[in-house]
Design a protein around this ligand. Structure first.
Ligand code: FMN
Length: 192
């Protein structure tokens, strides 16, 4: 069986966003592994409308063309890393909207989280774990939380993620979890 392919979702789209920096960083670390393949999915490349379909994609396939493109891409993947900010203690609406726009394509796949913000987006990540369970995903235990000092250091003080080695350590733990679950669930989906 081929290696699982994991999508790294850049979870915000606004002008001047920070999200592309942690997404590029985790992609760099992840790409050094030989047990998983990775692909960056930028939500800017999937300009979804605010959800306006007749029913949940769990029951009725979306009519919107961007939603269909998004679902086709998700179908090719064996798991996700959601790179997320925290907007008012929740996930950015654009990321939740993207999760609402597909269903079967998420099912029985693992999901991991890289959060950044005042508390490393811990509150948004915990909410996303609950959302992902409803999408029949398996949220992995270890996550990367880029807290205030690291976030401001990289964003405004000319530091790099490498200046904070505990982040790479957290990334490795998260990717190890993801590799286990992605392989197990890929095999299980193939056998089902
Ligand atoms: C609407 C909004 C709400 C925010 N709420 C929070 C918050 O609850 N917790 C937090 O740590 N940061 C919060 N912030 C600050 C973000 O962490 C910071 O703006 C970050 O850069 C957002 O990610 P982005 O640049 O990828 O959009 C908020 C920012 C915005 C725009």
């Amino acid at each position: 069986m081929s290696k699982p392919t994991i999508g790294i979702v850049v979870g915000t789209t606004r002008q001047g966003r920070f999200s592309e920096k942690p997404a590029a960083w985790i992609h760099g670390i992840a790409s050094q592994r030989n047990d998983l393949d990775f692909e960056v999915l930028d939500l800017r490349d999937y300009p979804l409308p605010l959800f306006n379909e007749a029913a949940s994609p769990a029951y009725v396939p979306p009519k919107n063309e961007q939603a269909q493109r998004w679902a086709r891409k998700l179908a090719q993947l064996d798991g996700l890393i959601l790179v997320t900010a925290e907007y008012n203690h929740g996930a950015p609406a654009v990321l939740k909207n993207a999760l609402d726009h597909a269903y079967a394509e998420f099912n029985r796949k693992p999901v991991a989280f890289v959060g950044y913000g005042g508390v490393g987006a811990a509150r948004a990540v915990e909410q996303l774990r609950l959302v992902s369970i409803e999408l029949q995903m398996a949220p992995v235990r270890n996550a990367v939380h880029i807290g205030m000092i690291e976030f401001l250091g990289v964003w405004q003080q000319g530091k790099s993620f490498d200046d904070f080695p505990h982040l790479a350590k957290a990334a490795t733990a998260m990717l190890d979890d993801l590799a286990w679950w992605a392989t197990a669930l890929k095999n299980a989906r193939a056998a089902a």
